[in-house]
Write a protein that binds this ligand. Sequence first.
Ligand SMILES: *Cc1c(COP(=O)(O)O)cnc(C)c1O
Length: 360
Amino acid sequence: MDKGMCLWEENVRKVTPYTPGEQPAGKRNIKLNTNENPYPPAPGVEQALKNIDADLLRRYPDPNGEPLRSAIAGLCGVSKEKIFLGVGSDEVLALAFLTFFNGEKPILFPDITYSFYDVWAELYGIPYERIPLDPDFRIRKEDYCKPCGGIVLANPNAPTGVELAQEELEEIIEAHKDVVVIVDEAYVDFGARSVQPLLDKYDQLLIVRTFSKSRSLAGMRLGYAIGNEKLIKYLSDIKFSFNSYTINRATILAGVEACRDQEYFEKTVDRIIRERERTGERLQNLGFEFFKSKTNFLFVTHPSLPITELFDYLRERGIFVRHFQKPERIVPYLRITIGTEEEMDELIKAIETFAGEHRA
Ligand SMILES: *Cc1c(COP(=O)(O)O)cnc(C)c1O
């Protein structure tokens, strides 16, 4: 037994948790480290929250998150039996791992991807294998065409921002009709192609999406899955064995409003995409390198500037970006969330100064 370990600690389930991006206090910071949306949610969301009837909070919310579930079903053009709601897509994914990965063969996901996947696998004791991305950070479909317990792919991938072509993704899904394939579409709204058209063809396909990024509701915690009725039923059975009332009344009201205002949604997403392209060009002019992003962030490296020093330099000036310590291969990279035009101007200015000092 370790020195300093209490008697009862032997029976404790010990895990290494996921490390979320820093949430610095104070509004003056430029926060480009957790892929949040720089714009507020649709105006209707604020109204709905202002008008909330506090007396109703005495009552439990609808256990299936109605009427939000129907609103999301409408948005996606599917019946509500194909929709499952969760407290952020993190909860949806955690419950999906618990529900669908109950086999003995390892589940497969890339070595460089959302770093919560291996945390859930460890938590539940699910065997897993990390499949290395190729040197261009691409998923090689051939690597996934082998027997396994399930597959999880973020598309576009995070933190690389790289999209896997629909045809290649379909080959992977087609080769695995015997296990559930989860496609995490957290960033799909920023210009990528959804696998949703394949849902009718593959009943083992589960798509997971979030309101945290493109719909500006990270603070509300709302995510959902789309899949065929049978998958959703299994997922719901696990949820109802854990917590019946996951979606609270405020989230239901806010979520419905966020679904309603499609015009605002498209306007803000377009603005972020445009700013991503403008920032990409400016970074390129400063010698940065990156692969084409279909997300609200850029994953960049530089052949001569020291990335860790740049990270610290920006942080000292209240500009927060994300730097991952593992795997080794991505240590020379920074993941930069696309903020407002003004925020990106500040970022570029700071990088220019750093580069100038560094050359001097
Ligand atoms: C942000 C993110 C999530 C989690 O989003 P929440 O809905 O806020 O829990 C899931 N997957 C990926 C790839 C993400 O980047």
